[in-house]
Design a protein around this ligand. Structure first.
Ligand code: LLP
Length: 435
């Protein structure tokens, strides 16, 4: 079981999150239920930002990667904490803008932004568009001319750093669908185009070396490669750069075998990046760039849990014990997609010894609909609660209505109180767009 502060066990042996008994949450809001500890999120935001202040003279900002968990309330929370946001669709942009998020503090990413997407971003004065293909440069010029405005951009490059992570979430290899490779000269072609482009302010470079990364050295190498390239673009192509965005990717604890990081550890990641950057800037004689980092998973991942009610239990003698829950791959597709591991607990009986090995299965009509394999729990009964931990990142945001299931509601807890921030879907939502 995860030892972080947000989770505790009360006198009844029940799991508590943010000081609230999960049994009360399940009675109040039903299951399946996504629950987030707001205090945890705010605390991580604070540690990240303070680390930039302390180790980089405050000359930078954390842009929360909102693909990890996007809804109105999270933009309110991170906005209030002084963070910017990384957005990857007009949907994310719209959600953030709808709660008054400062558009200047947004980076718009994506390998296939359409003309309409780009126009929406320019019209809404999004801080930076991150260039990911040559033809989008032409589109932005056209849009800016039409709207008689200018747009700030960053160029996404691949520094060729291979971080240790699942291969689907490695993004900076030379053959990645994202960005331009430095190694094969593609980045130079894009940079030259940007320097010469009308109406575009070519402000800086961006990279993202992957996700769920625990090795600080990967970020250090990325800093070295990115500052080398930053210098080249400045010296050779006379680009007037001022921003370096090094993406996100800090890992979190899911299950046994993962390191357990505290907010102080995350602050230390930022410190490593800042110190290496200060050093590189000094050595290479570059004007100190404004630093942007885009953590997503590390801000919301461990802040979230999902509550389920146990349904049918099927014991296949000598083979497997299936424990079916009222959720599944429609609200957590990460096992199906990445064979992701999770910690699962008997949320109402934490004092009981885990002694039976279960496969936690979802309710979708598909054998691959598994939430976790080889989980040890006490002998479970129908109707009891189980909690899956560290589900705050890329669960709600990747949920679907597969099998016409409802996407569960989202609840925030803070200091013993809870409130709803995304309502439960109902039959009307399921047929809303059907004709
Ligand atoms: N910046 C960029 C440009 C990114 O592409 C990503 C993640 C991030 C920041 C945030 O990375 P984080 O700090 O969250 O690791 N669905 C997958 C993860 C995909 C990550 C995609 N990009 C999963 O469930 O593991």
């Amino acid at each position: 079981m995860n030892t972080r502060d947000t989770l505790s066990v009360n006198g009844n042996g029940h799991l508590q999150i943010g000081g609230v008994d999960v049994k009360d949450l399940a009675s109040l809001y039903g299951t399946p239920l996504y629950v987030f500890d707001k205090a945890y999120i705010k605390n991580i935001c604070k540690f990240f930002s303070e680390s930039i202040d302390k180790h980089y003279g405050g000359f930078g900002k954390i842009f929360y990667a909102s693909k990890a968990f996007s809804c109105k309330e999270i933009y309110r929370i991170v906005g209030d904490m002084g963070l910017g946001a990384d957005v990857v669709s007009t949907g994310e942009m719209f959600t953030a803008l709808s709660v008054g998020f400062n558009s200047e503090n947004m980076c718009f990413h994506g390998n296939n932004k359409s003309f309409a997407d780009l126009k929406y971003a320019v019209e809404n004065k999004i801080g930076y568009i991150v260039i990911d293909s040559l033809s989008e440069i032409d589109d932005i010029i056209k849009i800016c001319k039409e709207l008689k405005t200018r747009q700030k951009v960053l160029l996404r490059v691949n520094p060729g750093v291979e971080a240790h992570t699942h291969h689907y979430i490695q993004t900076a290899k030379p053959d990645s669908k994202f960005g331009f490779s430095i190694e094969n000269g593609d980045a130079d072609i894009a940079a030259k185009r940007l320097v010469a482009a009308d109406c575009i302010d070519f402000c800086g470079l961006h990279c993202h070396i992957g996700s769920q990364i625990f090795e600080k050295t990967s970020f250090g190498i990325a800093v070295d490669k990115m500052t080398d390239y930053y210098k080249k673009i400045t010296d050779v192509y006379h680009a007037n750069l001022s921003v370096l965005n090094l993406g996100g990717g800090f890992g979190i604890y899911y299950a046994d075998g993962d390191p357990k990081f505290t907010p102080e550890d995350y602050a230390d990641y930022v410190k490593t990046v800042c110190e290496r950057l200060n050093e590189s800037v000094y050595k290479k004689g570059i004007k100190k760039p404004y630093l942007i980092l885009e953590p997503g998973r590390s801000i919301v991942g461990e802040a979230g849990i999902t509550l389920y009610t146990v349904g049918r239990i099927k014991k296949i003698s000598g083979l497997k014990n299936y424990l079916s829950i009222d959720g599944g791959m429609f609200e957590n597709p990460r096992f199906a997609l990445y064979q992701a591991k999770y910690s699962v607990v008997a949320a109402e009986r934490l004092q009981d010894k885990p002694q039976i090995k279960y496969t936690i299965a979802g309710k979708c009509c598909e054998s691959g609909d598994i939430i976790a394999e080889d989980v040890f729990l006490p002998e479970m009964r129908e109707g009891e609660l189980v909690a899956v931990l560290s589900t705050g990142a890329y669960n709600y945001s990747m949920a679907s209505n597969y099998n016409r299931n409802f996407i569960p509601p989202v609840v925030m807890v803070e200091n013993g109180k809870s409130y709803l921030c995304v309502k439960k879907q109902d039959f009307n939502d399921i047929v809303r767009n059907d004709i």
